[in-house]
Write a protein that binds this ligand. Sequence first.
Ligand SMILES: N[C@@H](CCC(=O)N[C@@H](CS)C(=O)NCC(=O)O)C(=O)O
Length: 220
Amino acid sequence: MAARYTLILGTKDWSSWSLRPYVALRAIGTPFEEIKIRLRQQPLTGDEIKRHSKAGRVPVLRIEEDGREAIVWDSLAICETLAERHPEAKLWPTDPLVRAEARSYAAEMHSGFPDVRDQLSMDFVRRHPLPVLREQTQAQIARIVDAWASALARFGRDGGFLFGGFSIADCMYAPVVSRFVTYGVAVPAPVQAYMERVMALSAMIDWGAESQKEVDAGEA
Ligand SMILES: N[C@@H](CCC(=O)N[C@@H](CS)C(=O)NCC(=O)O)C(=O)O
């Protein structure tokens, strides 16, 4: 029996962590249900999230299969689980050396860039002026742009994404692409083309449409 997936996620306009497994699930093409929890409504938000995961953070993926259930939390753990369960989707590059590097990209994003997160928080459909950036933020943006440019130069010609075909590295950076668009961060032409490719994914377009509904409803 096919597994049943439910992705528990936060307000789409804001939830950068939720966007990552969402684009991964969409890349696989498997059906999934969504449960959305409104963020920034404490204590309700926290209580609601804890009904699904004791870790108290979204995203969470619930997998129901053969009468059993698994709860997977943390965006990178969810993406890894999906890659393992759907090898045909090639969410990681097939070449082991390229895959090792792609994993480093995903991990660097997952554990780093705190000033970018802080100063350029995700606001998917809105456009804001670029704030005065701290030195650390500028350095982190430069690192991200350099990392993207370097991967695109080596692998991008074969599919247009960081490691050629769409991978978890792109999933992990999708919220950063959105942030750079929201705040108008200037990037070199090949990186700009990459960002446009990511924003043109049907998953990103649908996420934007849902985010706009939240903004119109006063939820974001
Ligand atoms: N490392 C976690 C971080 C998840 C996270 O911080 N999620 C935020 C929303 S984007 C959250 O759940 N915040 C709890 C709250 O707002 O109460 C992941 O990768 O999933």
